[in-house]
Design a protein around this ligand. Sequence first.
Ligand SMILES: Nc1nc2c(c(=O)[nH]1)N[C@H]1C(S)=C(S)[C@@H](COP(=O)(O)OP(=O)(O)OC[C@H]3O[C@@H](n4cnc5c(=O)[nH]c(N)nc54)[C@H](O)[C@@H]3O)O[C@H]1N2
Ligand SMILES: Nc1nc2c(c(=O)[nH]1)N[C@H]1C(S)=C(S)[C@@H](COP(=O)(O)OP(=O)(O)OC[C@H]3O[C@@H](n4cnc5c(=O)[nH]c(N)nc54)[C@H](O)[C@@H]3O)O[C@H]1N2
Ligand SMILES: [Mo]
Length: 758
Amino acid sequence: MEEPGESGVRVSSPKHSSVGLEGITESMRYTLEQSGPVRGAKTLLALNQVDGFDCPSCAWADPVPGERKKAEFCENGAKAVAWEATRKRVGPDFFAEHSVADLREKDGHWLESQGRLTEPVYLGPGEDHFTPITWKAATTLIADRLRGLADPNRAVFYTSGRTSNEAAFVYQLLARRLGTNNLPDCSNMCHESSGAALSETIGVGKGVVSLQDITDYADLIMIVGQNPGTCHPRMLTALEQAKKRGARIIAVNPLPEAGFGRFHNPQTVRGLAGPGTQLADAYLPIRVNGDLAFFNTLNRVLLDREEAAPGTVFDHDFINRYCDGFEQACEGWRNVDLAHAAQLSGLSRRMVERCADEVMAADSVTVCWAMGLTQHRNAVPTIREIVNFLLLRGNVGRPGAGPSPIRGHSNVQGDRTVGIWEQMPDSFLDKLRDEFGFEPPREHGKDTVDSIRAMRDGEVEVFFAVGGNFVAATPDTAVTETAMARCALTVNVATKLNRTHLCPGTEALLLPCLGRTERDVQETGEQFVTVEDSMAMVHASHGRLLPGSPELRSEVRILTDLARELFGEDDLDWREMGADYRVIRRHIEHVVPGFHAYEERVAQPGGFVLPRGPHDSRTFPTETGKARFTVNPPTAAEVPEGHLLLTTVRSHDQFNTTVYGLDDRYRGIKGGRHVVFLNEDDLRMFGVADGDLVDLISVYDDGERRARGFRAVRYPVPRGCAAAYYPETNVLVPLDSTAETSNTPNSKSIVIRLEASE
Ligand SMILES: Nc1nc2c(c(=O)[nH]1)N[C@H]1C(S)=C(S)[C@@H](COP(=O)(O)OP(=O)(O)OC[C@H]3O[C@@H](n4cnc5c(=O)[nH]c(N)nc54)[C@H](O)[C@@H]3O)O[C@H]1N2
Ligand SMILES: Nc1nc2c(c(=O)[nH]1)N[C@H]1C(S)=C(S)[C@@H](COP(=O)(O)OP(=O)(O)OC[C@H]3O[C@@H](n4cnc5c(=O)[nH]c(N)nc54)[C@H](O)[C@@H]3O)O[C@H]1N2
Ligand SMILES: [Mo]
């Protein structure tokens, strides 16, 4: 692949502070470049406002209406919006000029920089250029192919988390009406492990903490395996608010991320001109995948203290009344080999004791986490152990306390809520049956990894994606690309061209859709959509800009038109749903708990919050009706002598597979992404100098995989650990290396060795 401008990576020291003036100038530069001054300003000012659109970047929650700033966005939100609002276009001339084979030589950054897709295009068997096709012909073709399947399970329907509640609901309805639960989504690679651990232990598969819990109440906020400075920048403002009222913050991360240091709030003069606010009070440089060992040790230390002075550490009233499994869990902690656990975590007993002091001094503790925890073999036990930690001191269901997985894509949580999941519970499927009068399939569908396996094995013929970049985001790139090519038909609904579109099946369709910033006008007038953020707030998003091309269709409309073609006009009220999104919201209201009076409540400024039993009333809808302690003995990935454990991270200049630029300002990297961060002593031991080019070779049961030409960068990562950027490193992640229970790819626990590049 061509890597423009990657020859000259420049490295400087990592930063110890975040945002400030550079954050503002960066977002302005990118906005002006992409959208120009007028379109740019118009979009930025509507971003995250009550009557504007929801930021298409991360899922961080918005402040209550009265407390929003004029500019309620961050540098990365601004980039995401400018990316969508760009004036550049990929029209029919583009595809006439470039063959698919030519385009495959380009990297993702180049592909997306070409601009917005403008009209539907088709690639026929054996052809090498996409050519224009009408919406009608495209829809008929897909319906024909789907109808022709011997079994509906020979189709998979992938969703990326930008899809609105309305489009997602219609999409899952279409798949289930067809007869399949094959609804893999990006969540399978993201917070699936959180969902699995939380459902089992507290009965709700998502976070149960509100924004106010963090800003106004938490005494101690632990940020584990999450990089808020880059991935959830508006969280820094919330953390600053918390700090100002005296909250303490502990960061647990193998990399000392800039967002843990001094925060220069771009919204205030003091933030820009003054010394800023130091966010983290303590930083624990944990080894990659050392978190289960760390939380086991922390819980054991708390147990020892409780046993030394009974009744002073644990919240026995809470434990007795609301929990089960406590005694077995204590037994588990007594059996922990502390010396071994310290080896796995890389954290000394003293560090853990100090952390326990902070915990005991706090009346309320919130634990926030993201991908640093979810993408390991033992991710689910790790998160269960965090729940144990919180339960011990009653830190669930009171102000400022609880587990808070910080979600990624802006509506990934909402998509799940309205049915995008290959294993929705029977209660949902029953409601769907009652609402629409057909029997939905009950057999669980395929998640992302199983979909790839099925495509590889010739068991799937149609791959349909609403958004995302499947082949770049998923593991084992070579395997996935070959698997995709085995499909008879691949359909991608997208805003911009990406690698996945260039891995066509025998036939392929690329269907351009409206983005969230754009006006969506249907038969009954202008529509809005709704989304749910990380804190379970549901609110409206109104597009403001003129569509990037008159041919663009909304995701909802593309799907309802397909359903009409597929099932006929006498089937469900597809036509009405496409013409008026209120009809879809009414269906959601009937099917999904918590959406009563949807239309009225979402019209309120700021929207409404979905019920969260554990948070609101200490109700735990688990199997036993109680919050559950579990036993999760410490484990970590085994790393043979001479090998390292590689974690894959996002740079400051990307949104998942979308690469905005080649810099990672906070980590001191400029002009390239093929870098690997290594500890000084490891460099010495392997005889590699800072600046050398190395190949990364992953080692797994089924053989080795290689990623070539990474510049070694001396960096303060713990010994035995390494970090490099995703998605370039996905070639190294074996398809079969996944987390227990959640089947999430282990993309943050990759055993590698280094070789000098040729
Ligand atoms: N700008 C921007 N914003 C984004 C995204 C983006 O790509 N760019 N992506 C969105 C999405 S979909 C998601 S899911 C989120 C992702 O948000 P994050 O999870 O914050 O993003 P990652 O870069 O994957 O970083 C994981 C963090 O965990 C640390 N880490 C790695 N391994 C371990 C480990 O074993 N233990 C611990 N304790 N820490 C570890 C890394 O050093 C890093 O700081 O962000 C969302 N927001
Ligand atoms: N090694 C490694 N792999 C990972 C991760 C990791 O940390 N390490 N993280 C995982 C995580 S957390 C996630 S969430 C996945 C992300 O996986 P995906 O969600 O599949 O990937 P994205 O890069 O977010 O998708 C970007 C594409 O979405 C399309 N798009 C953008 N906006 C819209 C829209 O409004 N509508 C439609 N229809 N299309 C749109 C554009 O064409 C763009 O190219 O990757 C996972 N893969
Ligand atoms: Mo994600």
